[in-house]
Write a protein that binds this ligand. Sequence first.
Ligand code: C5P
Length: 414
Amino acid sequence: MSDPALVPRHPWKGRRVVLGVTGGVAAYKVVQLARDLTLVGADVDVVMSAGAQRFVAPLSFEAVTGRPVHTRLFSVDGAALHVRLGLDADAVCVAPATADFLARATQGRADDLLTTTLLATRAPVLICPAMNDRMFAHPQVRANLAHLRDALGYQVAGPGQGRLAAGEVGEGPGRLLEPWQLLEHVGRLLGTQAVFAQRTVLVTAGPTREAIDPVRFVGNRSSGRMGYALAQAAWRRGARVVLVSGPSSLTPPEGVETVHVETAIEMRGAVEEVLPDADVSVFAAAVADYRPLSSRDHKVKRERQGSSLSVELTANPDIASETRPSRRPGSVTVGFALETEDLLENAARKLTSKGFDLLVANDALEAGSGFEVRTNRVTILACDRAPEELPLQSKEGVAERVLDRIAELLEAGR
Ligand code: C5P
């Protein structure tokens, strides 16, 4: 998520996050995380180890969170600061988590404010390791991390592979995840809902490209943004999410299994593979209705082609409709309809003809809605309920409301 000011405030808003920072150079990236968490509405209590303060000044965190930063176990704030922080927390995130921190947390040490807070809290804990790739590969570090995950139930995010402290590229994982990824992991910690845990959500997104020749295609203006927002939001709610995406310039959502496809036929194949596991299927892709009957092996040359070119098109499969016979019993299916006229009539027809439980309709010609924009004004249709008109808002906000409606259906067992 590139612009936190635009994201939905669910599930961060009004939630208390203890952000533990330990002594690694990646601590500078965590200032950004503290800022983003604050922007999306969380109350962020930063707890810094002594080592962390050698990399980043507490004042940086105070400036971006607007709250005091905690550094000492024995302070005038009261001897039981760790107990209060631990009790009040809705989530604890340690980033970066150094090798030394992992060892001390594994032992259950209680010799600084962060380790004592960890012992005092019953909130979910997220550990975000970052260190040199050779250190991270050491069996002792791996054993410590396995203990924190398997015995204590802590979540672990990263590390990723890539450029390390001095700019060299690591051979293995060691690099701290990017702040936007960490924000999503904290979001999942706060946002997991029982009804989505252990569920598989399939989302199709983006346009498809149907080749005319090796360089040209038939396509459409879909950016994929609505589907990507839905996939990310479903993951934050605790689901396993598979996103089948046509060509899109967007960064794949964090934690989501993204399958890249180009054509409608490829999208159908990828959907068929996931469908037997899908508890929820959301068809947000703008699939090209037609594809060239045949694609040429070589680029069409104007000199040879002359003044006109005809491309015969043939209908693509209707991916969503085709899934009807093989959908899991009790699963929830959601479609989208982008129309330029008679919006509600056309949408209501698609709801029933394609066998959707919910249909999200929007008007392609309305300003701030539809393709290539970050906002959407939609109406959600369902068979047994009056259409729900939502106000113009970010696509992330629309995704949250659609997921609320999906949750209601899952809870009711449909
Ligand atoms: O294009 P149309 O408005 O009919 O799309 C309605 C719904 O059907 C959307 O959810 C879209 O993702 C899905 N669809 C599909 N395969 C197609 C056309 C549409 O899955 N070939």
